[in-house]
Structure formats: C-alpha cells, structure tokens
Write a protein that binds this ligand. Structure first.
Ligand code: NI
Length: 305
C-alpha cells in the first residue's frame, strides 16, 4: 500500500460511516465546476506509548512527511503535531492525543484496557490510522461515563482509528471568496455550521480562517451484542481558508473546532433537507436522481431517512 491508496481508503472509511460528507463534496465540486483540494486530515488518539501520535505518524513519516510543529490545547487536555510533505498535492496531516494522566483513574483504566487488546501486528500495519476499533466494543454505559469526562475519549473509544475530519481547502476554491460565503452555502443546503466560538475561527491576520459543520449521528451497536443501536456523533467536515502563505494551525481555533463532534452541547432544531443519498430513484447510469430541495424540521427529516 502507498500513501495515495491509504488516503483513498481513509476517505472511504470516513464517507461510508458519514454519508453526508459525500453530499458536501458533491455540492462543492458542482459549485467549483471541478475537483476540490483537501487542506488537512485530522486523526485522534491517546498519549499511551503503544498508540501515541508518534506511533500513528509512522506511516506518514515513512512516506516522506515531516513533523512541523507541536501544539498544546490546555483546556481540552490535548497535544497535537502536524506533518507536511514536499509534494504539495499531499494533504497536511494533523494528529492529536489526549493526555490520559489528566483524567480520572476510571477513565485511564478503561482506555488502558482497550489499548492492551491491540496486538503488535496491528500496531505495525501501514494502515493502522485507518484500522477502526481494535478492541472489544465498549458498552453504552462505558460510552456515557467516558463522555461525561471527555467527549474526545468517548469518540476514539467508539470509532477507533479513522479520520475524524477531512477539510476542504477554500484557499484553492475559485468560486468562494471568503468563509462567510462558504457558511451561507452550507446552511442554504441544510447543514449545521459549528458556532462554538463564532462560525469562523481565526482571522486573516492570523493567516488561517476555519469553519466546520457539526457531525451527523451514526448508529452504533455497543456491547453486548443484541443490545440495540445508539445514535452518537460521528465525523465532520471542515473548511479552511489560508492567507499570506501561512501553513500552520492556530491552537485557539482548533480548540473550538474539536467541539464539532459534541452534538449534545449544540443539538440544533434548525431545518434540514433530504440529501441525494436519500433519493429512492436512479437514472439510467445507476446514479441517484437528486431530490428537490425540501425544507423540513429535523424530526421529519430523521423519520423520512
Ligand atoms: Ni481541522
């Protein structure tokens, strides 16, 4: 497997789990009249020596990526590093890790017992960062307990190693001049923009402006089997606009962006529309025929899907 194939597989895992991201990409490509570029992908892990960010970064380093900068997120109890490649067609990679020692001994022992279940073979795989859950699925009760302390810990325990978000490079878009236009476009199409800390994080002066849509819920089967399904927030899509050649990240902005998987904090009653994924009709080529834009309440939308 090479790095391009790994990115393709990561996109497939991400979009299979969160079909709404296909609709976002489709809308942007249509608006642009061509392909759009990715600014960065983000991965999440814990600072445990077996699976910390250095371990997740290995495949990227082996493929020619280099670490650029370490960032600290004091409030979120996270450290992160981002990596870039000389080939500008290869997206930036951002890997964060939760500082386990800053949480309760209960949380630490839950996470440690998950990590103990990962085999050395699994850790040595090139696509470790796209290998999903490598431990016995947690129970709903464990999910709730983790979530009470850290939404991030609960997310990683539930989804394992997959991309948390891809990011459309608005910098490389020709049909959007600023993130206000991007956010209006997203809202007009029924998506919820994360407004924690304002819809746009960062500024022209800082060199980077970011916004994101909130995660959609994913239906999860927690342990034990047969206990039914529970809806929990999955992954989200981010939008980045860079200025004056700034290539890095801003800790204060990313702090708020992390909350895009925190749906409970900001469950919106805003109206939704059906996406083409929901269309029952196919054309002669087997493509779904897009649905007309129908605004409805979230409850109606969830019933129809
Ligand atoms: Ni990001």
């Amino acid at each position: 497997m090479n790095i391009q194939k790994l990115f393709k597989n990561m996109w497939n895992s991400y979009s299979n789990l969160n079909p709404h991201v296909n609709r976002v990409l489709e809308l942007f490509e249509k608006h642009e009249g061509g392909p759009v570029k990715n600014d960065h992908i983000a991965l999440r892990t814990f600072n445990h020596p077996r699976i910390n960010r250095d371990v997740l970064a290995k495949s990227f380093l082996d493929s020619g990526y280099a670490p650029v900068e370490n960032l600290k997120f004091e409030k979120k109890k996270l450290d992160a590093t981002y990596y870039i490649h000389d080939d500008s067609d290869l997206t930036r990679v951002f890997i964060s890790e939760l500082k386990l020692e800053e949480f309760s001994s209960d949380l630490q022992s839950t996470i440690n017992s998950m990590i103990d279940q990962i085999t050395d073979d699994e850790l040595n795989k090139y696509d470790l960062c796209n290998s999903g859950v490598l431990w016995e699925m947690i129970t709903k009760d464990t999910y709730e307990k983790l979530r009470n302390e850290s939404e991030y810990a609960a997310w990683v325990a539930t989804f394992g190693f997959i991309v948390n978000h891809f990011t459309i490079s608005v910098t490389d878009c020709e049909s959007f001049e600023n993130l206000e236009q991007v956010n209006s476009f997203l809202k007009d199409n029924g998506f919820r923009v994360n407004d924690s800390g304002g819809e746009i994080k960062g500024s022209v002066e800082q060199g980077l402006e970011q916004s994101s849509i909130m995660s959609e819920d994913v239906s999860i089967k927690f342990s034990p089997s047969g206990s039914g399904k529970t809806n929990v927030p999955g992954c989200y899509y981010e939008f980045a606009l860079r200025h004056n050649g700034f290539d890095g990240f801003i800790a204060g902005s990313a702090d708020k962006i992390f909350e895009s998987t925190d749906n409970i904090k900001s469950k919106s009653k805003k109206n939704c529309i059906l996406t083409s994924e929901d269309s029952p009709d196919y054309d002669a080529d087997g493509n779904r025929i897009p649905l007309p834009k129908i605004n409805m309440t979230r409850e109606q939308w969830e019933r129809l899907r």
